[in-house]
Design a protein around this ligand. Structure first.
Ligand SMILES: Cc1ncc(COP(=O)(O)O)c(C=O)c1O
Length: 381
């Protein structure tokens, strides 16, 4: 358990006005959590301080070799103003998987969650309440040794900042267009694709720019070797409803094991649906689309939560991402999931942010009964 020193701001910032357009990741709250790591001493000096700039030497290793990791999760407001987190224990576990891959010292899971809970509790009044809004939480670690040699740093900073945010996509829940990238790749097996670290995102920018220029919201990556199998979207995992089954690329080491992905798979299994985690080739997808078996496509991720996909572009050809013959317009599954996972649920009667998750592994969960009220996350902060 961390002993967190708290220094409250003496100059609170103006909070966004009710109804103000928040965008994503532009506004920051009054406080931040920060903790140092020094080799031999471990993580120490945990503190919550007024949100402020940090000073680093230009030789700090993070600037040169990218030894850094980050996480992303959200806090929501309950009916009586309490703050609720969505499965922060999963972020703590994933943070340590990233840390291990990047030679960054682990943070005990309970300390990671405690740091988040305490800083969110202090800035609880910053959690927006309008539908579609939330407090986005960004924990991250940077390597701070002042040294230009390529080696793991001996000192680090762990910081948690908070950002009241609206919808990730400007289009909100309107279906997004996805660009299937056939030139650049994001990650390869054995690399760092499964870790949440800056390098993966830096590698993705060039295709992201191409996609935006072409009028698409995000890139859908293919595998880094054959450019044949579907991996994931820029900031989301991808799911397809093909011939009545939910199909999603299996976790293979080069895609991020999304917490929303885990939750949605668990939910679909609980609903008795056929769920397949396996290799999905782009050829299979195009074939399914042509034959009318591709019923729906949606992305899953913390930022946008569930994002319906309306259009896919591959090899210069744009195709609708849903069946033309589908009687429900091709969005029933997506809407079901959106409704169930909908975090804005003031009376906690239908919101599933509190359901018991699929456990530690992404392949399990069949038959476990999601219970919205019994999960440990159900306790307000
Ligand atoms: C590359 C990538 N894939 C998938 C996801 C979805 O993961 P999660 O559901 O944990 O947010 C994210 C992040 O949010 C991501 O950055």
């Amino acid at each position: 358990m961390l002993n967190i020193r708290v220094e409250k701001t003496t100059a609170p910032k103006a909070k966004p006005a009710p109804g103000q357009k928040l965008g994503f990741g532009h506004i920051f709250t009054d406080h931040m959590f920060i903790m140092d790591y020094t080799e031999g001493q471990g993580w120490h000096d945990a503190r919550i301080v007024p949100y402020q700039k940090i000073e680093l030497d230009p030789s700090a290793m993070v600037f040169h070799y990218g030894q850094t990791m980050f996480e992303g999760l959200k806090a929501y407001r309950g009916a009586n103003g309490e703050a609720y987190l969505f499965r922060p224990d999963m972020n703590a576990k994933r943070a340590n998987n990233s840390n291990d891959r990047l030679c960054i010292p682990r943070i005990p899971e309970e300390d990671f969650v405690q740091a988040i809970k305490e800083v969110v509790a202090i800035d609880k009044d910053w959690i927006p309440t309008e539908p579609g809004t939330s407090l986005y939480i960004r924990p991250f670690i940077i390597a701070t040794d002042e040294f230009l040699g390529v080696a793991p740093s001996k000192t680090y900073l762990f910081i948690v900042i908070l950002s009241p945010s609206g919808a990730y996509y400007e289009s909100g829940l309107a279906p997004v267009g996805i660009w299937i990238e056939d030139e650049y790749v994001r990650a390869v097996r054995g690399g760092i694709g499964f870790a949440k670290t800056g390098g993966n995102y830096a590698a993705s920018l060039i295709a992201q720019v191409k996609a935006h220029d072409g009028g698409y919201s995000q890139v859908l990556w293919l595998d880094g070797v054959e450019r044949k199998y579907i991996e994931e979207v820029g900031a989301m995992n991808i799911m397809f409803k093909i011939d009545g089954k939910i199909v999603t690329p299996m976790l293979n080491g080069s895609i991020l094991p999304g917490i929303t992905r885990n939750s949605v798979l668990h939910l679909c299994r609980h609903w008795g649906m056929d769920v397949e985690e396996r290799k999905v080739s782009v050829d299979e997808l195009i074939e399914a689309q042509k034959s009318g078996k591709l019923e729906e496509v949606f992305g899953t991720g913390t930022a946008a939560v569930i994002s319906p996909v309306g259009k896919l572009r591959y090899m210069d050809e744009a195709r609708p991402a849903r069946s033309p013959t589908s009687s429900d317009g091709g969005c029933a599954q997506t809407e079901n999931i959106v409704n169930f996972i909908n975090p804005i649920d003031p009376d906690l009667t239908s919101g599933s942010i509190l359901y018991t998750g699929g456990g530690k592994h992404d392949d399990g969960g069949r038959g476990q009964r999601p219970d919205r009220r019994e999960h440990s996350n159900a306790a307000p902060l």
